[in-house]
Design a protein around this ligand. Structure first.
Ligand code: NAP
Ligand code: ZN
Length: 355
């Protein structure tokens, strides 16, 4: 076991603060990773504040991890000390159910282990995520990372990237398809970049008039202010697919009516409070569908990382010090993120050394 500096929430109404966790010694199949950068996902905030009602404390969030391998177990073949690697939202799954067999570990029928707030093997407590100096992960859940010159901006691909890539691929975003992305935050800005790179006609829906120019720069062909019914009405019955990344409860009908016959709106945003129920007639009159999607499996995450390397795609980030995490959460709640906060983990290591 190693004493590892981290930042944790001790309760739903407490800010994140310095905390020491124990990391297991690497087992035969484990990779020990010194964490360089960790992205800040809205799920971290939902979890730290127990907005989904399932948080185990102390809670160390963070599942957009990039770092350097420091040691590997004796049976690890795929990685060696010095490699640059990533860890996303998953660190384990049963490996034998039908979903795992198909490489969809996020849908593991026996329950996957989340990078944080999952069950920990070593001490029966909960797993601790990337707001920490290092992590130990089974090699099956470790990803290869390129873009060595811009690692901080790669970190958000590990959650925001795969969570948007997977449904865009599943519902066939590409040339000839009209694809909507709802919300220009961490997930949404990756959705815009990825759907554009896949060749779709991309329409961004935002509630923030100040994000219109950025939306176009990031790859949207059109930007619609979703609070303006006139702008919305122009797009009625026209979308093949809409990816909804909004982190708060809102009116889904406003977007459902924009789908054409047989179109799908996939929800990836996971708000604390449920959405008002959509009008059933908006579904049945055009055989429209509402769907959901959870991150992506390890194979597809590697595919996404390779796709991003090939297309020169990284996240647009604002780097922060670990001690500024609570301020970052407040800005995230005001939709004031351009477009992902990433923690420089050296700031945590320096703070721990000085203490
Ligand atoms: P984020 O950076 O905070 O972005 C969310 C965006 O939603 C905001 O920037 C804002 O965009 C829009 N928005 C916020 N409040 C709104 C409201 N009341 N009405 C309409 N639009 C609103 O969050 P994120 O990290 O991208 O995460 C988004 C959601 O996805 C979270 O709930 C998170 O937990 C969830 N998530 C799900 C998965 C999954 O596997 N399904 C994975 C990761 C995260 P505009 O300013 O452009 O309107
Ligand atoms: Zn996330």
């Amino acid at each position: 076991m190693t004493h590892t500096p981290a930042y944790a929430a001790q309760a739903a109404d407490q800010p994140l603060a310095p905390h020491t966790i124990e990391r297991r010694a690497p087992g035969a199949h484990d990779v020990a990773i010194d964490i360089l950068y960790c992205g800040v996902c809205h799920s971290d905030l939902h979890t730290a504040r127990n907005e989904w009602g399932n948080t185990r404390y102390p809670s160390v969030p963070g599942h957009e991890i990039v770092g350097t391998v420091t040691a590997v177990g004796k049976d690890v073949k795929g990685f060696k000390a010095g490699d640059t690697v990533g860890v996303g939202c998953l660190v384990d799954s049963c490996q034998h159910c039908p979903s795992c067999a198909e490489g969809e570990e996020q849908y593991c029928e026996n329950g996957f282990t989340g990078t944080y707030n999952g069950p920990a093997q070593e001490d029966g407590g909960n797993t601790h995520g990337g707001y920490s100096a290092n992590i130990v992960v089974n090699e099956k859940f470790v990803l290869r990372v390129g873009h060595e010159d811009n690692l901080a901006a790669v970190a958000p691909l590990l959650c925001a990237g795969i969570t948007t890539y997977s449904p865009l691929r599943h519902w066939g975003a590409g040339p000839g398809k009209k694809v909507g992305i709802v919300g220009l935050g961490g997930l949404g800005h990756m959705g815009v970049k990825l759907a554009h790179a896949m060749g779709a006609h991309v329409v961004l829906f935002t509630t923030s008039p100040g994000k219109v120019a950025d939306g176009k720069r990031l790859g949207a062909d059109e930007v619609v202010i979703s609070k303006d019914p006139e702008q919305m009405a122009k797009h009625a019955n026209s979308f093949d697919f809409i990816l909804n990344t909004v982190a708060a409860s809102h009116n889904l009908d406003a977007f459902l009516t924009l789908l054409k016959r047989d179109g799908t709106m996939c929800l990836v945003g996971a708000p604390e409070h449920p959405h008002p129920s959509p009008t059933v007639f908006n579904l049945i009159m055009k055989r429209r569908q509402i769907a959901g999607s959870l991150i992506g499996g390890i194979r597809e995450t590697q595919e996404m990382l390779d796709f991003c390397a090939e297309h020169g795609i990284v996240s647009d980030i604002e780097t922060i010090a670990m001690r500024d995490i609570n301020k970052a959460y407040e800005r995230m709640l005001k939709s004031d993120v351009k477009y992902r906060f990433v923690i420089d983990m050296q700031t945590l290591k320096d703070e721990a050394k000085a203490a």
